[in-house]
Write a protein that binds this ligand. Structure first.
Ligand SMILES: [Zn+2]
Length: 427
């Protein structure tokens, strides 16, 4: 992904660095050749040559580009789970994924970690993003997800004779689990997404208290993935599934819904980031009836929401790390509404806006393994910067409205917001 050349000075805004430190009022940010050179008070800043471009933040907020830590570019706002594997061919899903990536960038998300991909689209989407063929977040790619036979993702009955090859690698035992990871190694993914537990979406045989993989399968996944330098995460709701994942050596935990004292201790021991994705539950409860979700499913989402919110707050207060990722891409939780997750953590879960933004920036970069170059506004890092009208800390829901964005910058290049210039294709 190309960075900008030359110097840009952003003035007249309050800077949120992203580390959780107090905001800096009347601040200046100097960007040179795509990297941050200076962040601090305007008075103490270095002199800047007159040729530098300037951006007036108009008294608004300057913060690191947001990081979506549970992003499904290939999920196309599906209205039923089955749509994922049977509605569209790979050709069309690829185009939808590119469109979702562009939307995420426009929404201020300059980086994202995938939470699972249809086919092997993420890997090639990443290639297209890195080559500036299409705009979108800097992406950490996942591949097809791993689940045991009969588990949450194995929803098509055998008589339909649907292989589900584009969605999930179904495993029976550790040998299959190793084979599945080896396929993903060849596919070129960075993250292996698994299904240790069920979900409220499947109340009959794979609900949120059901295990969908054995410890032996999970351990085989981790050993094989780590051997090849891949990271592992998993959909973990049931308490035992969370503990299995932590003991098997998972690198992150998705959801981490029902933790007990022992699970919390395990999370803290290795400082494993957890990505709760809670607004998805709220959206499922609020809008589920429109999409035909049954009352049992909605009740399950209510239980999941309450458990997940309590666990997220416990983890944060105990000093653990949380990533902000919203699992967007369902009809009732569509792409483009990513920042609702952040507002929800402030309004419902009880995080402060600054805590929420630290999760959505610094911790996001740590999850990506790129915290040396992304996630905070500090000298030497890439200039992935979001400039928003008004005070984001006073009203975090400003991040939901991209009309209020003055600029979305990636490597110092303005890629979204009011200052975005019309783009012409190269050729
Ligand atoms: Zn997901």
């Amino acid at each position: 992904m190309k960075s900008a050349n030359g110097c840009t000075v952003i003035t007249n805004g309050t800077v949120i660095i992203g580390t959780g430190a107090a905001p800096i009022p009347h601040a200046t940010v100097i960007v040179r050749d795509g990297k941050i050179e200076y962040v601090g008070s305007a008075e103490q800043g270095p002199l800047v040559d007159r040729a530098a471009a300037t951006i007036d933040a108009r008294g608004g907020t300057i913060l690191p580009g947001l990081i979506e830590a549970h992003f499904h570019p290939t999920y196309f706002n599906i209205e039923a789970l089955e749509d994922l594997d049977i509605k569209y061919p790979v050709e069309y899903v690829t185009l939808l994924a590119a469109s979702n990536a562009k939307l995420a960038l426009e929404c201020g998300y300059t980086s994202a970690r995938s939470g699972g991909s249809l086919f092997n689209i993420d890997v090639w989407l990443k290639q297209a993003l890195e080559s500036d063929l299409v705009p979108g977040p800097r992406l950490a790619a996942s591949g097809r997800e791993i689940c045991s036979v009969g588990g949450l993702m194995d929803w098509n009955p055998d008589f339909r004779k649907i292989g589900m090859e584009g969605l999930v690698l179904l495993v029976n035992g550790p040998d299959d689990a190793r084979a599945a990871v080896r396929k993903l190694v060849k596919d070129g993914v960075e993250w292996v997404k698994t299904y240790p537990t069920g979900d409220a979406a499947s109340p009959d045989v794979n609900d949120h208290h059901t295990l969908c993989m054995t410890f032996e399968e999970m351990h085989a996944v981790v050993a094989t993935a780590h051997n090849h330098g891949l990271k592992v995460t998993g959909h973990c709701r049931a308490t035992q599934g969370i503990k299995n994942a932590l003991r098997a050596g998972y690198d992150t935990i998705e959801h981490g819904t029902f933790i007990d004292d022992e699970a919390l201790e395990l999370i803290l021991q290795r400082n494993v980031p957890v990505i709760p994705a809670l607004y998805f539950e709220q959206a499922s409860i609020e809008r589920g009836p429109e999409f035909g979700l049954s009352q049992r499913v909605i009740d399950g989402h209510q239980e999941t929401l309450e458990g997940g919110a309590e666990s997220a707050l416990r983890i944060l207060r105990a000093g653990g790390r949380l990533g902000m990722g919203g699992d967007y891409g369902f009809g009732w939780n569509p792409h483009g509404q990513y920042a609702r997750e952040l507002s929800f953590f402030v309004k419902y879960v009880g995080f402060t806006p600054l805590e929420t933004l630290t999760c959505a920036t610094k911790t996001g970069a740590e999850i990506l393994g790129r915290d040396h170059e992304l996630g905070t506004l500090e000298a030497g890092k890439l200039a992935d910067i979001l400039i928003v009208e008004g005070d984001v800390l006073a009203d975090i829901s400003r991040l939901e409205d991209r009309q209020k964005f003055i600029a979305v910058m990636q490597g110092g290049v303005v890629k979204g917001g009011q200052l975005m210039q019309p783009q012409w294709s190269q050729g």
